[in-house]
Design a protein around this ligand. Structure first.
Ligand SMILES: Cc1cc2nc3c(=O)[nH]c(=O)nc-3n(C[C@H](O)[C@H](O)[C@H](O)COP(=O)(O)O)c2cc1C
Length: 241
């Protein structure tokens, strides 16, 4: 039985536009204003995001919401490692986010977004110090007032990671509906041990990724980056007979 009488109604053009706008206006933002985000707003976003589907309704997501001193403490611990070459050399991810061997077209797209971002920031190819510093901004959640850390139970398999992606996208779209922006962050994955220690993960909890959440700085040049997408003809095949 449906509780929502609108479930089967034809949506208005405005309703379609609202959803498309929330999806299309989601860009990864890499500079945030200090404007606080009320706890109730974070709760509303996470509550609606958890309407994401998951295989047999397993709901594999676990969210650690960091603000204030807790966010600053985690940032400091990670940056101490990030800025110490010997310590950073010891880091190892718990899961491979990227392939070990890159092939086209993925490597080309990866390079393009990197150089487009560094181009906007006027960071040259040889400027390793500024690249390192820019990468380090991940660990301050790009100055966002809210840092989200996501974990999953280790027993969960690939299918649950698929579910997790839907939950993450829901958070990002729900944030847009409320005028906020996000940046999903795999940059945290090499730091799983310090994150698990700082946030007192249980042994069965495994880090998935992080996410910055807040109001984007409209003056920041890096936030003007708009990434492109391949046209449908490159990734869609209609099969009718
Ligand atoms: C799971 C995930 C992890 C990501 N990790 C990072 C990250 O650590 N740092 C970062 O600046 N961007 C990160 N990104 C953002 C991607 O670079 C970005 O989504 C892509 O370039 C497309 O741009 P758009 O998000 O603005 O559409 C990540 C995106 C996803 C989906």
């Amino acid at each position: 039985m449906s509780q929502n009488p609108n479930l089967y109604e034809r949506p208005s053009p405005e309703a379609i536009a609202a959803v498309d706008t929330a999806i299309r206006s989601r860009h990864s933002m890499r500079a945030f204003l200090p404007t606080p985000v009320p706890r109730e707003t974070v709760e509303a976003i996470l509550e609606v995001a958890a309407r994401a589907p998951s295989g047999t309704n397993t709901q594999p997501w676990q969210v650690h919401v960091l603000t204030g001193a807790a966010l600053a403490r985690l940032s400091q611990r990670i940056l101490a490692i990030h800025n110490d070459p010997a310590a950073a050399a010891q880091l190892k991810e718990e899961y491979a986010y990227y392939p070990s061997e890159w092939v086209s077209p993925y490597i080309d797209r990866r390079r393009k977004v990197g150089w487009d971002l560094y181009g906007l920031l006027q960071i040259g190819k040889a400027d390793k110090a500024r690249m390192h510093a820019q990468h380090g901004r991940n660990y301050r959640f790009f100055d966002a007032p809210v840092g989200l850390i996501f974990s999953i139970d280790r027993v969960m398999q690939q299918g649950s990671w698929l579910d997790y992606g839907m939950f993450l996208q829901n958070i990002m779209v729900a944030a847009r509906a409320r005028g906020m922006h996000t940046c999903p962050q795999a940059a945290f994955t090499p730091f799983h041990a310090v994150i698990a220690d700082e946030l007192q993960f249980k042994p069965e909890q495994m880090l998935v990724c992080g996410m910055a959440l807040g109001f984007a700085d409209p003056e920041a040049v890096e936030n003007s980056l708009v990434t492109d997408r391949a046209p449908l003809s490159e990734f869609v095949r209609f099969v009718a007979e």
